[in-house]
Design a protein around this ligand. Structure first.
Ligand code: CP
Ligand code: NVA
Length: 293
């Protein structure tokens, strides 16, 4: 995501919205005979299905490769896997643990490589999130975003997304759970990134309130959630401190009663289902831009 310019980011958002409108009549098969390899080291519902359905709707084909089913599981190198997949497919999407694996894939592949989530980033999610923000707020610039909870992979990408969009972000986490320092420092060059331990301060005057699970797939500590509760839960009382017309977002999967209450995620300010749907449209925009080019 950091490879994109603000203009390219805005173009991807607009293309997502265009493809979403077009889908009502059926998209043109602009990716006919094109293929996508999808490598999954971790489980997925939205990413897997939206990429696969997206390729299908554009006339292409997606191959699902659980990493256990490939020779990667028997020690074939990432380099050789990247070179091999590049001879068969037009693009590789990978959901991995270690972000370095993605870097290696893209270094050795001769086709584009998309990050479908790593322990450090989740750029596809944030593209869909800004499509949703544009739809709901009519703009992506000069907004205040509040991130509450874990300064995790989605949070890191949200900060980069805010910098590309030109919106400020306040991040409230317990001490020791802050987002990546390099990401924060880089974003601070173009927007205001506030790090705090106070969720009320973070949501005050916010247009968008975002959270995510307290235990990401790569988190192994069973006591982790306890470090966030009750202070960092997004509940109705906290939402009242944000702007009246603020929206609530969550990448899903969500744990009701943990990072968010049912009253919020299933309530009138929540846009999580549009957000989930927009994964499909934004993934297609990304695929069209990368594969057709
Ligand atoms: N938000 C998201 O990436 O969902 P999945 O883990 O289901 O793909
Ligand atoms: N932070 C979560 C996001 C899941 C889509 C995780 O990494 O598990």
């Amino acid at each position: 995501m950091a490879e994109l310019s603000p203009k390219e980011f805005a173009q991807l958002i607009d293309l997502s919205i265009k493809l979403k409108k077009e889908l009502k009549k059926g998209n043109k098969p602009v990716l006919k005979n094109k293929t996508l390899a999808m490598i999954f080291q971790k489980p997925s519902t939205r990413t897997r299905v939206s990429f696969e359905v997206g390729m299908f709707q554009l006339g292409g084909y997606a191959i699902n490769l659980s990493s256990d089913d490939t020779q990667l599981s028997r020690g074939e190198s990432v380099e050789d896997t990247a070179k091999t997949l590049s001879r068969y497919t037009n693009c590789i999407m990978a959901r991995v643990y270690d972000h370095d694996l993605l870097e290696k894939l893209s270094e050795h592949a001769t086709v584009p490589v998309i990050n479908g989530l790593s322990d450090t980033f989740h750029p596809c999610q944030i593209l869909a999130d800004f499509v949703t923000i544009k739809e709901k707020k009519g703009k992506i610039k000069n907004l205040k975003i509040a991130w509450i909870g874990d300064g995790n992979n989605v949070c890191n990408s949200m900060i980069i997304g805010c910098a590309l969009a030109g919106s400020d972000i306040s991040v409230a986490t317990p001490k020791g759970f802050e987002p990546d320092k390099t990401v924060v420092n880089e974003a601070n060059k173009s927007i205001k990134v506030v790090l705090t331990t106070d969720p009320i301060k973070a949501v005050s005057n916010a247009d968008v309130v975002v959270t995510d699970t307290f235990t990401s797939i790569h988190n192994r500590d069973p006591k982790r959630t306890k470090k966030f509760l009750p202070k960092y839960q997004v509940n109705s009382a906290l939402m009242k401190k944000a702007k009246k017309n603020s929206i609530f977002m969550h990448c899903l999967p969500a744990k009701r009663g943990s990072e968010v209450t049912a009253s919020v995620i299933d309530g009138p300010q929540s846009v999580v289902w549009d957000e989930a749907e927009n994964r499909l449209h934004s993934q297609k925009a990304l695929l069209v831009s990368l594969i057709r080019a």
